[in-house]
Design a protein. Structure first.
Ligand code: GLN
Length: 502
């Protein structure tokens, strides 16, 4: 990690270093582009050709959506590695932003080839940008600076500000004017973010400018050469695959690729945990903590698999079965996608206050309890939709109030689980693998996103009340089981009651 270079007196941005403003707006625009496009993605794929869509069924659309959203998070792992070892976070964010903007512009061109190329570029770009921009945030502060956590909270607001505005603009343009204009607007947002990032670069000083020093200049050159070889090899292989599919020489479908991607994700996850437990050398204390990490990984994966259906099943439900009118005027169905961020911005201070108050009395819930709470709430969000889904089955359009309530419950779940997730993982991780644990968190989000897309694959083949009911039941039961295990998990980590604080 580069040495923090900020003067401790820099309070230029809401009492925080000026550089935070640059990173805030970079991530705001990146999320604007991500969520703006994502709001349209499945709707575009499943819209009939006559409506300018791709005419896929929900099974295929859901599978591609799942693969895309999971890969976006998965690529944070190699993206982090490239920044740490080869180019530094600062350049990684810049290149990432350029890739992302190019990806959206590619999708603004109406053809299947530019659609897939766009998704690919966004996956690579987000892998380079998202994790690394968060790392630079931490580097703005000296190790003693107590403002760091608050800095991350402000940064999280930037994420949600972008995510809030995105569906309103890109969703509107995409659904009401043309899909491709919506994708283009996402690209314009990311381009603005890149310009802002370059102009604000000076405020970041030397944070994230250089990669971690290699053992020797020769070792660095060798590493760079082998990374270049791998990159070129992979690009050539992928280009050959794409060309083979495009020309029909290779009889492979997008659905098969999505399935292979899922299998790969499963193998990576199993391989990682097998390595973790089998590699040995852990003290009994560390081993116990690894079990807790394993449990939290499963809980986190389940949580995101339900939560991230915002862009998949819930998006389809909004589009097909909800009466999208408020105060007498109609609005685009993608606008529901803004509710999560809106609620988050409104409720985050309330939650912070509640946890802090409970903490002063020693009554704030332990981290596993907060994870359990997250699961129950995200499940409840689906449980309340079972009734409306039944009415929708008979052809009725249900009140917008239902999805609004779902997103409120989902946001409460997110506020319970998400902020403690990474800190729980990192405090439980044995020091030797501390760096890897950031990867575990992203992996759980990645697998969660994959599943969230795959669930949408059943949208047309399963009765909607059953689909929503199954999702709700799984999440709620998993949450209740986790609640039951809270005391045991506390013992495993040897924390006294009420233990493991966030
Ligand atoms: N909405 C947040 C973001 O986009 C968290 C979502 C996630 O990490 N899965 O960063």
């Amino acid at each position: 990690m580069a040495t923090p270079n900020q003067t401790p007196l820099d309070h230029a941005f809401f009492g925080h270093p000026r550089g935070l403003s640059t990173l805030f707006f970079t991530e705001m625009w990146e999320r604007f582009s991500y969520y703006g496009m994502r709001a349209l993605l499945l709707l575009y794929m499943t819209a009939p050709l006559s409506a300018g869509g791709l005419g896929f069924d929900a099974a295929q659309g859901g599978a591609i959506y799942g693969l895309y959203t999971s890969m976006v998070y998965m690529m944070a792992l190699p993206g982090g590695w490239v920044a740490d070892r080869l180019i530094g976070q600062r350049r990684a964010v810049l290149y990432g932003g350029i890739f992302i903007a190019s990806g959206h512009f590619s999708m603004a061109i109406p053809s299947l080839a530019t659609f897939y190329l766009g998704l690919f570029l966004i996956v690579i770009g987000t892998g380079l940008l998202k994790g690394n921009v968060s790392v630079i945030v931490g580097q703005l502060y000296t190790p003693e600076d107590t403002r760091r956590d608050a800095g991350y909270s402000i940064f999280y607001m930037g994420i949600n500000l972008g995510a809030f505005i995105a569906p309103l603009i890109c969703g509107y343009l995409g659904q009401e004017v043309s899909w491709h204009l919506g994708f283009g607007a996402a690209g314009v947002g990311m381009a603005l973010g890149v310009v802002q990032y370059v102009l604000g670069g000076a405020s970041l000083g030397t944070a994230g400018l250089e990669p971690a020093p290699a053992a020797s200049p020769a070792a660095f050159t060798a590493l760079k050469a082998s990374a270049t070889r791998w990159t070129v090899g992979l690009v050539v292989a992928l280009a050959a695959l794409a060309a083979g599919m495009y020309t029909g020489v290779l009889p492979i479908t997008a659905l098969q690729i999505a399935n292979a991607g899922g299998l790969l994700l499963l193998l990576i996850t199993l391989g990682f945990f097998a390595w973790l437990f089998v590699s040995g050398g852990w003290t009994p204390e560390e081993k116990k903590r690894l079990y807790v990490i394993g449990v939290l990984f499963v809980a986190s994966t389940l949580f995101w698999s339900v939560f991230e259906q915002a862009g998949s099943t819930l998006n389809l439900f909004a589009d097909r079965s909800t009466d999208n009118r408020a105060f007498g005027s109609a609005f685009p169905s993608t606008w529901y996608q803004s509710l999560n961020s809106l609620f988050l911005i409104a409720l985050a201070p309330v939650f912070a206050w509640v946890w802090a108050r409970l903490a002063t009395k020693g009554q704030d819930p332990s981290r596993p309890a907060k994870f359990a709470m997250g699961l129950v709430f995200v499940g409840l969000g689906f449980a309340i939709l079972v009734g409306p889904a039944r009415s929708a089955e008979s052809g009725a359009l249900v009140s917008p109030m239902w999805l609004t309530l779902t997103y409120l419950l989902h946001t409460i779940g997110e506020l319970a689980l998400s902020p403690v997730g990474l800190s729980a993982m990192s405090t439980l991780a044995p020091a030797r693998i501390a760096g890897l644990i950031m990867g575990v968190w992203f992996l759980s989000i990645s697998v969660g996103n994959f599943l969230g897309g795959r669930i949408a694959s059943f949208y047309e083949s399963m009765a909607l009340p059953s689909l929503f009911g199954v999702v709700a039941t799984f999440a709620i039961i998993a949450g209740l089981i986790l609640f039951a295990f809270v005391p045991a998990m506390r013992r495993l980590t040897d924390e006294p009651t009420p233990a493991v604080r966030s």
